[in-house]
Design a protein around this ligand. Structure first.
Ligand SMILES: Cc1cc2nc3c(=O)[nH]c(=O)nc-3n(C[C@H](O)[C@H](O)[C@H](O)COP(=O)(O)OP(=O)(O)OC[C@H]3O[C@@H](n4cnc5c(N)ncnc54)[C@H](O)[C@@H]3O)c2cc1C
Length: 598
């Protein structure tokens, strides 16, 4: 039977011992009184919801999938999903970190971050129904009119209504400038929207009373390309003045995709046939509002893979301790048994430690990012808000792509730990691999994330944001540079910090002469940057563990943390050398190859 135990101890370690989040909150009036006990107590309950309510629905949901009634256009989600969603709404989980002005509980975003990590571990497909709502909520909260906020935000906060993001069309996913969906202005100030969207996650379902679609479309006089795209809110049911549900709007599900993973999440083809919508933000500036949603979703997708990495690891670890095959190379370990448990074999340990290092490094990065987002929204000092925004903007493509690439690797390694049993369904491991695959594709493929990082976020501002991260690394190197015990963690990041500056300048210089050089280096570059970020967080975690051990703390948690840090720096971090080498190999071997690709 698959297992999932919420990693509360590790979350507490990262939040309270490494980042001391409640100290950070002291400068933000909204959260100044939030203490560690409150955060821990909420997360303990959140862990119960994830492990006891939605985890048991993960395998059955995958097997059953969603059903579309083609006559009514209604979608039925797998058995138990609707009831679990009611438990989620009744428990107030949807409102955890939402604005109290709209009925939210106003807890720090880090609490929501950890709730979502656990829900993603338990059941990614289910979690996407409420998950999409947060991005739509954020977009309306930032760019909505007072009327739109009054109409939608309270119901989205409570979870009674869910949200979607409708960008993709059959002929355009990455290049949204090609979009064709039209919006005709009406005399009453509304718009009639017509078009076809595909691949819309949670686009239709039976879990909530209304679905609030955020739709990108073009006005009749819009300029060509991405500069002519506007954003509209188009509800499944129109909303009466008193807030009650009105007529069914002309937006419906025309089909469901049959797909590799996340089968229990309805991936809908959405037919929009002169549906009534209202504009969010300014005409032709739709990408501004959509970017609020997309940035939230990018962090959210990284979090999906973090969740999958953790649950895959936990199951592979339990199996490796139990499964008996062959004897250890260094002599019999389990004398009373016919063979040793496979956890004695070096390569099995390598696969387990890889997943553990990716999960725990990813957790540190995700929690750190949620604190940055908190500062962007709620810090009273404008400079802190701006600096946090710049840092988060740099880290967002890394969260999205590095965590999802790692998550897929980790899921396949954990499947491998099971041998043939990982390939058959009943252990649940092949589902993790299938579910993890989409995270590298949607919300901007990982290639697009790497171009965003290298092209826009690094070269686009002459490396300024990267230098800010370099300063954090430099400060840690300064602080611990003479501490011999920290040398194995500090030296690699000090060296890479210097190398990456030169590496970036080289690509930037070559890119000025030939832009394909940037495209050819970007994916490798993102992984190098990802390791610099992970290396920094792993060094900080090792620092805390070493201090605790030196102070006489005998909790094995700290030894485990230190050993995982050692493994990370010895076995995973060094891939940066080969990545820089392949990036430096340049674009010619890719672009002068028409004969090879003929
Ligand atoms: C299960 C699922 C759920 C989804 N959910 C949603 C949703 O809720 N809302 C929504 O709007 N969309 C959703 N999508 C769509 C998803 O975001 C797109 O599929 C994705 O962004 C890629 O677009 P595309 O499929 O059109 O691929 P394309 O844009 O055709 O890209 C094909 C390939 O070309 C590469 N490529 C394209 N341009 C470049 C470039 N300039 N440089 C280098 N490489 C490039 C891509 O990286 C990719 O590998 C979902 C998709 C799936 C499968």
């Amino acid at each position: 039977m698959p297992v999932y135990n919420p990693p509360l101890r590790d979350m507490q370690f990262v939040m309270h011992e490494v980042f001391k989040v409640t100290d950070e909150f002291k400068s933000m009036p909204q959260h100044a009184d939030t203490d560690a006990e409150t955060i821990n107590a909420v997360l303990e309950e959140a862990g119960k919801f994830a492990s006891e309510v939605i985890f048991p629905l993960n395998i059955s949901g995958d097997a059953e999938g969603c059903q579309l009634d083609i006559k009514t256009h209604e979608v039925t989600t797998p058995k138990g999903f609707k009831e679990a969603y009611k438990t989620y709404v009744d428990g107030g989980w949807a409102a955890l970190s939402c604005d109290p002005e709209f009925g939210g509980q106003g807890l720090p975003l880090v609490v929501n971050q950890c709730l979502y990590e656990m829900m993603n571990s338990a059941n990614q497909a289910w979690t996407m129904y409420p998950g999409l709502t947060h991005g739509a909520y954020a977009s309306l909260h930032t760019y909505g009119t007072d009327e739109q906020k009054a109409t939608y935000l309270a119901k989205m906060t409570s979870g009674e209504w869910t949200g979607t993001m409708c960008l993709t069309e059959p002929h355009c996913g990455t290049d949204l400038g090609l979009m064709r969906t039209k919006a005709e202005p009406q005399p009453d100030g509304t718009y009639k929207i017509t078009g076809n969207k595909i691949f819309i996650s949670a686009g239709e379902h039976d879990m909530a009373d209304n679905i609030v679609h955020l739709v990108l479309a073009r006005l009749p006089d819009a300029p060509k390309g991405i500069k002519g795209v506007s954003l509209f809110v188009v509800p499944k049911y129109l909303v009466n003045k008193d807030g009650s549900l009105g007529e069914r709007n002309a937006i419906h599900c025309g089909g469901l995709e049959h797909k590799m993973g996340i089968k229990a999440n309805a991936t809908a083809q959405i037919v929009i046939d002169a549906a009534i919508g209202t504009m969010v933000g300014a005409p032709n500036k739709g990408m501004q509002g959509m970017f609020v949603m997309m940035n939230a979703a990018r962090l959210g997708v990284g979090n999906q893979s973090l969740g999958l990495t953790e649950v895959a690891y936990q199951n592979a670890l339990a199996y490796a301790k139990d499964r008996l095959q062959m004897r250890s190379l260094s002599g019999v370990k389990a004398k009373d048994k016919l063979a040793d448990p496979i956890i004695v074999h070096p390569d099995v340990r390598k696969m387990l430690l890889t997943a553990k290092a990716y999960a725990e490094g990813g957790r540190a990065l995700a929690i750190y990012s949620s604190v940055l987002l908190e500062k962007v929204h709620n810090h009273p000092d404008e400079k802190v808000r701006k600096d946090s925004d710049e840092m988060l903007s740099l880290l967002t493509p890394i969260v999205k792509a590095f965590l999802t690439d790692n998550g897929y690797q980790a899921a396949t390694m954990c499947q491998q730990v099971f041998g043939g049993h990982g390939y058959i369904k009943e252990w649940g491991m092949e589902q993790h691999v299938r579910d993890a695959r989409i995270n590298m594709i949607y919300e901007g493929t990982n290639t697009i994330q790497s171009l965003d990082l290298l092209g826009r976020k690094v070269l686009g501002d002459n490396g300024a944001a990267l230098k800010k991260f370099g300063k954090l690394v430099g400060a840690l190197v300064q602080e611990e540079g003479v501490n011999e015990k920290m040398a194995e963690f500090i030296n690699p990041i000090a060296v890479l910090g210097e190398q990456i500056t030169k590496f970036t300048m080289e690509i930037g210089f070559k890119g000025l002469q030939n832009p394909d050089e940037v495209g050819a280096a970007a994916v490798d570059y993102l992984r190098v940057a990802g390791h610099l970020v992970f290396g920094y967080f792993w060094a900080r975690m090792a620092q805390v563990a070493l201090r605790e051990i030196a102070a006489g703390n005998t909790d094995p948690f700290y030894q485990g943390k230190l050993q995982t840090a050692r493994f990370y720096f010895a076995k995973l971090f060094p891939e940066t050398a080969s990545l820089m080498r392949t990036a430096r190999a340049g674009s010619a071997v890719l672009m002068d190859t028409d004969a090879a690709l003929a």
